[in-house]
Design a protein around this ligand. Sequence first.
Ligand code: ATP
Ligand code: MG
Length: 379
Amino acid sequence: MNTATSTASIDKDTACAAGTAAAAPRVAPVRIDIEQLTLSFGETTVLKGIDLSIEPGEFFAFLGPSGSGKTTLLRAIAGFGPTPRGRILIDGADIAGRMPWQRDVGMVFQSYALWPHLNVARNVAYGLEERRVARPEIKARVHAALELVGMADYALRYPSQLSGGQQQRIALARTIAVEPRVLLLDEPLSNLDAGLRVQMRQELLQLQRRLGITTIFVTHDQEEANTICDRIAVLSAGVVQQVGRPADVYDNPVNEFVARFLGTANIIAGHTQRTAAGIVFASDTGTLRLPLADDAGEGRGHLVIRPQGISVAPAPSEQTIAGTVRSAEFLGGATRYNIEANQLALLVDIKHIRGAPDLRTGDQVALSIPPAQAIFLAA
Ligand SMILES: Nc1ncnc2c1ncn2[C@@H]1O[C@H](COP(=O)(O)OP(=O)(O)OP(=O)(O)O)[C@@H](O)[C@H]1O
Ligand SMILES: [Mg+2]
């Protein structure tokens, strides 16, 4: 990236006037299109025909288990690693031939990668010095970036004198200082303790909203992705399994992998049949028959029911399933029961209310599964 293009891409007139963000320039948001991206390390193909479109200003997550290709995909966008096949477009322009610094893309690495021998201000100035930005402008931009992450008072400290969370903010300030058009964050919160993670993810979100910068956030933590991202792409083995808003993907997983990866699910193998009473699911065990919504497909497949989709009815009826409580896990807001019902082990979450009696091991219960809570995934 040269300074001319970077400055051109910043609309200083739209700088946010709120609080310390007054000095923060807003970036004209860009769109990212990834088309049929395939990437191999030697014989091993780790990205297999990725198609994704990320909207201008969107906070987008790549979510997937270890080894699914999240970092590889992020690095391909930034211009690191082997040359992929397929196309990456930023605002319609193919960036294939551009070196990393010509892409207007800022990446925050999981390890932060701060220079230990440089103080905070010099660390943040580093990318600007490399781009030969004039001294007075470097000073102003370093200060603005540090203000933005609430670290202006730490300019003269060295990385070793900072906590993990503070180092993370400096890494972020260093990337923002060069005013990239795209922010790529590779598991930026993974080194922080649970409390700081929750605080930092909200700070990240606010910062992203203030800057309006198209951001891709890589994580294997579904809660992290769900809480701050506009949309997520669930990756497995180098393939995008599903893209959507977190709640939509959670409620309507397209396959068993996504259902299991986004939260806990009861998954029961079986088949559906149209009967006079509507669509009915029958488990392979032959012990469960359940009416489903009318639009459930017919054939073989799996039924997905979230633990909170099953409730305990006040009394048994024709619509309920008899079960026996086998074990319980107290989760704070809810208790998760393992209930044996018709030879199936079902996880059932019951909201925990202070003072209300909990179920005990051995208790007999009547379970209710409303059709809307059961998702049928055809095989
Ligand atoms: N330089 C490399 N050479 C060979 N194989 C690699 C290289 N980098 C990554 N891989 C392989 O590519 C696959 C995807 O790796 P990647 O780092 O993208 O996964 P990830 O989703 O980021 O995982 P994690 O959550 O553990 O960071 C893995 O199987 C990994 O072993
Ligand atoms: Mg990774």
